[in-house]
Design a protein around this ligand. Structure first.
Ligand SMILES: [Zn+2]
Length: 317
């Protein structure tokens, strides 16, 4: 049961069509006339906006913001997409934009809507880049995610996890030719394996799901950890950021303010509920309800977020 407002495909397309589009891949098949539209949010940074939905057979898990960065000598993919078909469309769009080699595929964290398109890039033999903890978390979850996605999309279209070939412990850099991307492996926050990308050349931060805008965040790591990492990211040398979900680009650090407010309320109200002796079930139906009208998919995720926060905070008293 869900009370969320779903964007129709037509609305999503219209929204996409209003972007200053630089890449548009239209599949040849009559069965699938959908366009894959990217926006150049900064010179050489091309982002496809995911739809604000959960995965369905219709949206093919194209629900996260994904894209690519072009340097003088090479291309880096920053999140390969939510399914094999999503990744294939991204790859075709890259090939229309440039013939430079795809040398890196950055996998921002374990969630399938960001990385299950990775198999579409194996033919390019890139470095698949991930947080040092990504292999362990993939080992625990990838099979579950794959089966669930195959149930929704079918085996041929689902894709799956690719093992990272380059692991980031704290910080690392990748050079696309006159364009060095800084990679940061974060402490447990949205998940336990969040990797962000900083493009100093254009002053653009790509924090993936460390930043949600308009779509309610989902907490799958640590509430306190996320608040800490978000506070640190705000001082990144960036004037824009690309959220993992929401618009393709927001001002930075201003674009962090809604997420910061939500996480702060989640912390405060969950702590308050625990202090009053409220049980988890009652907390789930009351905590952060003042935020309900401010976020898409609120009813699908807030209860889970409260549960996560409750479990994390109940031992702190
Ligand atoms: Zn995520």
């Amino acid at each position: 049961m869900s009370t969320r407002t779903q964007l129709t495909r037509r609305q999503a397309l219209l929204e996409g069509a209003s972007f200053c589009s630089v890449g548009a891949f239209v599949p040849k098949s009559a069965h699938d006339a959908r366009a894959f539209v990217t926006e150049e949010v900064a010179p050489g940074i091309h982002i496809r906006r995911g739809v604000d939905e959960d995965v369905t057979a219709q949206n093919e898990d194209a629900i996260a913001n994904i894209g690519f960065i072009v340097g003088r000598d090479a291309v880096a993919v920053i999140d390969p997409g939510g399914s094999l078909i999503d990744g294939q469309r991204l790859r075709a769009t890259i090939r229309q934009a440039t013939q430079l080699p795809i040398k890196y595929v950055v996998m921002s964290h374990v969630h399938p809507d960001h990385i299950f398109g990775a198999p579409a890039f194996q033919q390019d033999h890139p470095q698949f880049v991930g947080h040092a903890r990504l292999p362990r978390t993939l080992a625990l979850r990838a099979e579950f995610y794959r089966k669930r996605l195959e149930d929704t999309l079918g085996k041929e279209r689902a894709g799956g996890a690719v093992a990272p070939t380059m692991l980031v412990q704290d910080h690392a850099e990748i050079d696309l030719g006159d364009r060095v991307l800084g990679l940061t492996a974060h402490g447990t926050a949205h998940t336990d394996c969040d990797l962000s990308v900083m493009d100093r050349y254009s002053g653009t931060l790509l924090p993936a799901d460390l930043l949600f805008v308009q779509r309610v965040p989902s907490l799958d790591g640590s509430l306190r950890g996320w608040m800490k990492e978000l506070a640190a990211l705000k001082s990144a040398p960036a004037h824009r950021a690309v959220p993992g979900h929401g618009p393709t680009s927001v001002k930075w650090p201003l674009g962090a303010s809604d997420l910061e407010r939500y996480l702060g309320i989640l912390l405060r109200e969950t702590k308050g509920a625990i202090a009053k002796g409220t049980d988890l079930e009652a907390a789930v139906s009351t905590v952060a309800q003042g935020e309900r009208s401010r976020w898409k998919l609120f009813d699908d995720y807030n209860g889970h977020n409260v549960t996560q926060a409750f479990k994390e905070l109940e031992w702190e008293q």
